[in-house]
Write a new protein. Structure first.
Length: 110
């Protein structure tokens, strides 16, 4: 194999790699964002492992609280609560300090 044959093989690989890197950069920079703010507006408030690879999570999506059961193979919506009903907007800092079990009991009993 001559040098030019090797160059013919390697040059397209380099060009394709640079194009993929540019596409990745573009997607990371502009996906799901408008004005520096996320369009999805998702915030994970708390996670609690209940068994190996099984979790309960409290997630805030826009104006809803979702209590999710998460396992290795699926995600199940256990309860959906309006964030306005839950007084969550005033308790954002204190949620981190509360125990997950107390938080779950509080929102499931409403």
């Amino acid at each position: 194999m001559s040098f030019f044959e090797l160059l013919k093989l390697i040059f397209p690989l380099i060009i394709i790699s640079l194009m993929l890197y540019g596409l990745l950069y573009f997607v990371k920079k502009y996906s799901f964002k408008r004005g520096g703010k996320s369009l999805l507006n998702i915030k994970v408030l708390n996670n609690q492992m209940i068994m190996p690879k099984k979790f309960l999570s409290v997630v805030k999506v826009k104006d809803k609280l979702l209590i999710l059961g998460i396992s290795e193979t699926n995600i199940t919506l256990l309860k959906e609560i309006d964030a306005d009903e839950s007084d969550l907007t005033n308790e954002t800092e204190t949620i981190q300090n509360q125990g997950f079990a107390n938080l779950l009991k509080k929102y499931l009993n409403k």
